[in-house]
Design a protein around this ligand. Structure first.
Ligand code: SF4
Length: 344
């Protein structure tokens, strides 16, 4: 596999140039649940603004969430910031080089810790990310959803046994690359795979049967009314969401209860009746466990009627200056369409 990696692996991903624990860590967190091609521009913007862990630790959370906007799974960004503060404050800006110490930091699991130790410090450590699970379940024909603890335990054993102790960084990158580019989810390239001679799934011509998918669950749909309060000067009201829960710490539209009327909301929260009320087109968004339908109601309000609170932001449409805050993708979509409508 190391020969295959030397000839066919990926060697020029942005986090592979000058690899250090900080760069590997940020890339690993971004790559959780997100494709490489999507991550690259986010990663480059992030590194330009926060070139090292001390810079990230010193940044306000809003600036971190702003650069994360659109990547989703925002708990990752919040934990990234918390860990940066811990590493900067408690470890003098140097990441620990052991799996156990790394795992004690927010948002760093066993596999991410293994990736940092092996890729950044070139020390033996085991990883088990989605790509590695796919390769191992196929190579050994392991049935059962890898999220089940018995299957996960078996896979960790196999991953540990397969890891190369002489060249840990090259091996880790090799198995990740093999999973990403050859042993792909659909139509794996078994005929060009260095593992083919010993691969049980390839022998049985059933590679795509592995890994066993997660058992299906019904996906609920949640409907949520939101208020798009727009002032004459084009500013729209956003509210900071609580730190815990969906879109924690990001800015979104104020929510409207199922029995609340927009005009009454305006009177209660802004102290004035709206000049206009209009239903806007719904915006759909998919989360891992449910579908969200945002049902926006636009209210036009006069600047004089506007009240202010610390967790409110009057977001200027069409201008991002001084507004480096985290916005979930559907909120950004709705802001863009509100801006277009206001200009038409
Ligand atoms: S032989 Fe095919 S199924 Fe087996 S590890 Fe290689 S690409 Fe994956």
């Amino acid at each position: 596999m190391l020969s295959w990696y030397a000839a066919h692996g990926r060697h020029d991903l942005p986090w592979q140039t000058e690899p250090n624990a900080y760069r590997v860590w940020v890339s690993e967190i971004m790559l959780q649940q997100t494709q490489v091609a999507t991550v690259i521009p986010y990663y480059e913007r992030f590194m330009a603004q926060f070139p090292d862990v001390d810079a990230l630790a010193a940044a306000p959370m809003d600036a971190v969430l702003h650069l994360w906007s659109g990547l989703g799974y925002y708990a990752r960004a919040r934990n990234l910031h918390k860990t940066a503060i811990r590493v900067s404050r408690d470890f003098g800006g140097v990441f620990p080089d052991g799996v156990e110490a790394l795992q004690a930091l927010p948002g760093i699991g066993l596999s991410t810790a293994g990736a940092i130790v092996s890729l950044a410090y070139d020390r033996p450590a085991t990883i088990l990310d989605g790509n590695v699970k796919r390769v191992l379940t196929r190579y050994h024909a392991i049935a059962g959803w890898p999220g089940k603890s018995a299957v996960a335990k078996r896979l960790w054993q196999l991953a540990g046994a397969a890891a190369c102790t002489q060249r840990p960084a090259a091996y880790t990158q090799a198995i990740m690359d093999l999973g990403a580019t050859v042993c792909t989810r659909r139509q794996p390239g078994c005929d060009r795979c260095p593992l083919q001679p010993g691969c049980r799934a390839a022998m049985l011509s059933c590679a795509e049967d592995f890994p066993t998918p997660r058992p299906k669950r019904a996906r609920p749909t949640r409907h949520q009314g939101v208020i798009v309060a727009r002032r004459d000067d084009g500013a729209v009201l956003l509210e900071r969401r609580p730190d815990a829960g969906v879109w924690g710490g990001l800015w979104s539209f104020p929510e409207l209860g199922p029995d609340d009327a927009a005009a009454a909301w305006s009177e209660a929260r802004l102290g004035a009746r709206p000049m206009r009320v209009e239903r806007l087109a719904a915006v759909n968004h998919t989360f891992t466990h449910f579908d969200l339908v945002l049902e926006p109601v636009l209210i036009a309000v006069a600047p004089a009627a506007v009240m202010d609170r610390p967790d409110w932001l009057w977001y200027k449409l069409g201008s991002n200056s001084n507004q480096a805050v985290g916005l979930p993708a559907p909120v950004r979509t709705l802001l863009d369409s509100t801006n277009t409508e206001a200009n038409s």
